[in-house]
Write a protein that binds this ligand. Structure first.
Ligand SMILES: [Ca+2]
Length: 388
């Protein structure tokens, strides 16, 4: 009787384990989970699912969306969650480690020129680098990106697969800011003006360095560079009223930062900062140094920030003027920072019980918050006040 009993017990145990895991899935992803917030309970709607590591979301003028999938696909998604076949004509990417097809952004004159920008990891002999391309989207049953032109390629030591940065923000004058990671290589390169590692650059839509960039004409410096001493910036946005460029970057173990990235300024990595190495070893000389900027907010421990949106909508009046960023640490959720001008006055952590890595956050044309969850079956989520 012993053997059958063992089988029965094992079967029971397996059944209990299965039930338990189903319960976990139901309670973390089910409709009955409540998501409290300072603006009242939130409703989380799954608009689309089954996306492969979605990284960036951009709204088309008609309310549909463009979504990148890190393995190298760009898709058009309708408001009701219909996902198109991959847009053809997208540049080949190096989908390895943190690299692949990363940001997508529409030109501010997209309604007239159908132009969009893609930021991605490009394979070169011996590693990868951040590259940016533009193209024109031809919509329809078989969407196509045409007139594709690579407008920028990062110069300097290559990446083995990490820290590409790769977010866009377009200023009102049409110039593009692009964040470029430090490649998780020799850290001091972020202080070396002779390459593009650990920099934010400012380029025209054709990829040229505007003549009023800070290092134009300086020997041994890159004309595209706008600011430097950054580690890995995966959140970039223009402030809706001041027009200034804000960025959020990953620190090492501790020390993620919000900065206002100003022309020609040095943001300190790796000389100053608030974290330590993953081993616990010391990295920085200290937290302050003359000639280096202080963040307006930092996190210890790290939150692993990705994506960024200033909220200006009507669905959440209490949150107008707040700054949102996602966390790709699945227990930290969606982060809301309340602001008073250029000061951070508070922090709220939302959707922590969602148990998802949040890769991007955008404000939709409907005033809802739209999120991407980063995994092999990633989702597009729409966040609204419950009952609306
Ligand atoms: Ca810094």
């Amino acid at each position: 009787m012993k053997a059958p009993l063992v089988i029965v017990t094992a079967t029971l145990a397996a059944a209990i384990t299965l039930t338990a895991s189903l319960l976990v899935i139901t309670t973390t992803r089910g409709a009955n989970t409540s998501f409290d917030s300072s603006a009242g309970p939130l409703e989380v709607e799954t608009v689309a699912s089954g996306l492969s590591n979605p990284w960036s979301l951009a709204f088309l003028p008609d309310g549909r969306m463009l979504v990148t999938e890190r393995p190298g696909r760009l898709r058009v998604v309708t408001r009701n969650g219909q996902v198109s076949s991959p847009v053809s004509g997208v540049p080949e990417v190096w989908a390895s480690g943190q690299g692949g097809l990363l940001d997508v952004a529409l030109d501010k004159d997209y309604a007239n020129n159908a132009t969009l920008y893609l930021c991605y990891a490009e394979r070169v002999s011996g590693g990868g680098r951040t590259a940016a391309a533009r193209g024109k989207l031809s919509d329809g049953a078989q969407p196509l990106l045409g007139e594709v032109k690579v407008i920028f390629r990062q110069e300097g030591p290559l990446s083995s697969g990490n820290h590409y940065g790769c977010r866009f923000a377009q200023a009102s004058d049409g110039n593009l800011f692009v964040s470029l990671g430090d490649h998780f290589g020799p850290r001091d390169e972020a202080q070396n003006l002779a390459n593009h590692l650990g920099k934010i650059i400012r380029i025209t839509p054709d990829g040229a360095a505007p003549r009023d960039n800070p290092f134009v004409g300086r020997a041994g410096a890159k004309a595209e560079t706008w600011s430097y001493g950054h580690r890995n910036v995966q959140s970039l946005a223009i402030h809706p009223t001041t027009g200034r460029l804000w960025e959020i970057e990953h620190g090492p173990r501790g020390g993620d930062e919000v900065n206002i990235a100003e022309k020609g300024k040095n943001y300190g990595w790796p000389v100053i900062g608030y974290g330590v190495d993953y081993s616990g070893a010391k990295i920085h000389e200290g937290t302050h140094k003359a000639g280096m900027e202080q963040p307006i907010k930092y996190w210890v421990p790290s939150i692993a920030p990705s994506g960024m949106a200033f909220y200006t909508g009507n669905l959440f009046p209490a949150w107008r003027g707040s700054l949102f960023t996602g966390s790709i640490n699945r227990i930290k959720g969606l982060i809301r920072l309340s602001l008073d001008g250029e000061k951070v006055t508070g922090e709220e952590r939302l959707l922590q019980n969602l148990n998802e890595e949040i890769r991007d956050v955008r404000q939709g044309p409907d005033g809802a918050l739209w999120l991407l969850t980063d995994n092999v079956a990633g989702r597009i989520l729409r966040i609204t006040p419950a009952g609306r």
